[in-house]
Design a binder for this molecule. Structure first.
Ligand SMILES: Nc1ncnc2c1ncn2[C@@H]1O[C@H](COP(=O)(O)OP(=O)(O)O)[C@@H](O)[C@H]1O
Ligand SMILES: N[C@@H](CC(=O)OP(=O)(O)O)C(=O)O
Length: 448
C-alpha cells in the first residue's frame, strides 16, 4: 500500500486535479491520499491558505472578511464547475466559516479552524471527482481517521495513539482522501500543524498504515542540490538519507517540511518526492542508508530571518550554570532557539527573528543584564544560515577549506561557523544580503 500526498500546486486548479486523479488511478497501491489546499497557479497568485488566514485575522480585528471569503469561494467554484461537480462544497465553506466564528473557541483556535478549510474542501472535491470517474473513494476527516494532536494552535504535535487508529485504514476497500495540515486535540478542537504541514499528515498516515512507500507529489522533478530559485537548473538529487533530508529541509529546502521526515523515518518507510506534472520521472528517494557517491556534499540549503543574541562575560567558562540560566530566561519568555555557538567568555544564541519581536527583545535583554550581570549583551538581526549537508562529509578532508574559499570569492563575510556539532552538516552564519551570492559560489565549488 502506498500513501500519496499532493501539495498545493498539485490541487491548484481543475487541470491539476485531473492529473492527480490519473496518478491515483494508474496504481492500485495508491490507497490513502492526502491533499493540501489549492496553492498558487502562477507566481502572482495567492494560496487559499493565505486567503483563509486573511479571513480569520480580519474577523479577529473586527474588520470585514467578505473579500477574502469571496476569493476562496471563487477558487473552489472554478474547480468544481470545470470538473462538472456540484457546488455543495461552496455552501459548506460558508457554513464552516460562520460556525467557527460563532463558536466559543479562542481566536487562535478559530483561526486554525478557518485555516484548515482549504485542505478540508480539497479532500471533499477530490473524492467527489474520483467518484464521478467510477473510482470508489471516500473523504475521510482527520477526526474520523484518528489523527490526535497536542492543542498548540498553528503548531500541533502528533500524539502517538494516532498510529493505532490510522492502521484501520488498511482494512478499507476504497481509496480514502484525507485533508492534510490538521488534526484534533483530545478535547475535539481542530488544530493545524505549522505551515506546509500537509507533508506531516502524509508522513503520519504513511507510518500509521505501515505503507510500503510515501509518495510526495509536488511541482518539481526532484529535490535539487540547491534551491532552484537561487541557482538556475541545479543538479538533481536521486537519493538522500533521512538525516540529510531532515537537515536540508530544516535549513531551507521548502520542498519538504522538516518535521515530516520523523514519522516515516521511525517506521522505516521510504519517501519519494515526485512531480505531478511528470509522474513518470524517477524523483528523489529518501531512505535510511544509501551508497555514498563521489561527492560527499549532497546539498546546500539556506534560510534567512535569524538573529544572534550575543552575551559576553569575563570568566564565563568558570561560572557554573551561566549557559543554563541564559537559556532558562529564553524558556521562561517562551522563545525557542536554534543553535548556541560559544567561546571561552562568550556565548551566542541563534534565534528565528519571528520568535523575538522587538518588545520581547527589550525585556529579554533587561533580564539578562539583571540576572546574569554580563559585560556585553546585544542582538544582531538580519542573519542568514547556510548549511552544507552530506553523510560522507565528516570523513572527507578539505570541505571547510573549499567552503570558506567560496565565501571569500563571493566577498561574503562569515559571522559564524559551526562544524562538527552535526555528523552530516556544516553551518555558516552570514548577513542575509549576501546569501544568494554565497550559495551560488558554494554551488560552483561543490557541484560544477
Ligand atoms: N532544493 C530544492 N529542490 C526542489 N525544490 C525546492 C528546493 N528548495 C526549494 N524548493 C521549492 O519548493 C517548491 C515545492 O514546494 P511547495 O511549494 O511546498 O510545493 P507543494 O505545492 O507541492 O506543497 C518548488 O517549486 C521549489 O521552488
Ligand atoms: N496549505 C498549507 C499546508 C501545506 O502543506 O501546503 P503546501 O502543500 O501548499 O505546502 C500551507 O499553505 O501551509
Amino acid at each position: 500500500m502506498k500513501v500519496a500526498k499532493f501539495g498545493g500546486s498539485s490541487v491548484a486548479s481543475a487541470e491539476q486535479l485531473r492529473k492527480v486523479a490519473n496518478i491515483i488511478m494508474e496504481d492500485p497501491e495508491r490507497r490513502a491520499i492526502v491533499v493540501s489546499a489549492p496553492g498558487k497557479r502562477n507566481k502572482e497568485d495567492i494560496k487559499v491558505t493565505d486567503l483563509l488566514i486573511e479571513i480569520g485575522e480580519a474577523y479577529c480585528s473586527g474588520e470585514s472578511y467578505d473579500e477574502p471569503l469571496a476569493q476562496v469561494l471563487a477558487r473552489f467554484r472554478d474547480i468544481t464547475s470545470e470538473l462538472g461537480l456540484t457546488d455543495q462544497v461552496l455552501a459548506e465553506i460558508k457554513q464552516d466559516v460562520e460556525k467557527t466564528i460563532a463558536s466559543d473557541y479562542s481566536d487562535a483556535f478559530k483561526i486554525d479552524a478557518i485555516k484548515a478549510i482549504g485542505e478540508d474542501s480539497s479532500a471533499k472535491v477530490l473524492s467527489e471527482y474520483l467518484k464521478t470517474l467510477g473510482v470508489e473513494a471516500t473523504y475521510l476527516n482527520p477526526k474520523d481517521a484518528g489523527i490526535i494532536v497536542s492543542d498548540q494552535p498553528g503548531n500541533a504535535q502528533l500524539l502517538e495513539e494516532s498510529f493505532e487508529h490510522l492502521l484501520k485504514i488498511r482494512d478499507r476497500n476504497e481509496i480514502v482522501v484525507i485533508p492534510g495540515f490538521f488534526g484534533y486535540s483530545k478535547e475535539g478542537k481542530l488544530v493545524t500543524f505549522s505551515r506546509g504541514g500537509s507533508d506531516i499528515t502524509g508522513s503520519i498516515v504513511a507510518a500509521g498504515v505501515q505503507a510500503d512507500l510515501y509518495e510526495n507529489f509536488t511541482d518539481v522533478d526532484s529535490v535539487y542540490c540547491v534551491n532552484p530559485n537561487i541557482v538556475e537548473n541545479p543538479k538533481e538529487i536521486t537519493s538522500l538519507t533521512y538525516k540529510e533530508m531532515r537537515e536540508l529541509s530544516y535549513a531551507g529546502f521548502s520542498v519538504f517540511h522538516d518535521e515530516a521526515l520523523i514519522p516515516a523515518f521511525k517506521a522505516s518507510i521510504p519517501v519519494c518526492i515526485k512531480n505531478t506534472n511528470n509522474p513518470n520521472g524517477l524523483g528523489t528517494i529518501i531512505v535510511s542508508q544509501k551508497e555514498t557517491g563521489e561527492n560527499p556534499v549532497v546539498g546546500i540549503a539556506s534560510d534567512t530571518g535569524f538573529l544572534s543574541l550575543y552575551v559576553s562575560k569575563y570568566l564565563m567558562n568558570r561560572e557554573l550554570g551561566f549557559g543554563r540560566k541564559l537559556l532558562h530566561i529564553l524558556e521562561d519568555e517562551g522563545i525557542s532557539f536554534e543553535h548556541t555557538p560559544s567561546g571561552i567568555d562568550d556565548m551566542s544564541v541563534i534565534i528565528r527573528e519571528s520568535q523575538l519581536p522587538k518588545d520581547k527583545e527589550a525585556r529579554v535583554i533587561e533580564r539578562i543584564k539583571n540576572e546574569l550581570d554580563p559585560d556585553t549583551v546585544y542582538t544582531e538581526r538580519g542573519l542568514a544560515l547556510i548549511m552544507i549537508v552530506g553523510e560522507g562529509m565528516n570523513s572527507t578532508v578539505g570541505i571547510a577549506e573549499k567552503a570558506t574559499s567560496a565565501f571569500s570569492k563571493a566577498n561574503v563575510n562569515l559571522e559564524m561557523m559551526n562544524q562538527g556539532s552535526s555528523e552530516v552538516s556544516m553551518m555558516f552564519g552570514i548577513k542575509a544580503a549576501g546569501v544568494d551570492a554565497a550559495v551560488k559560489a558554494l554551488y560552483h565549488v561543490f557541484f560544477e
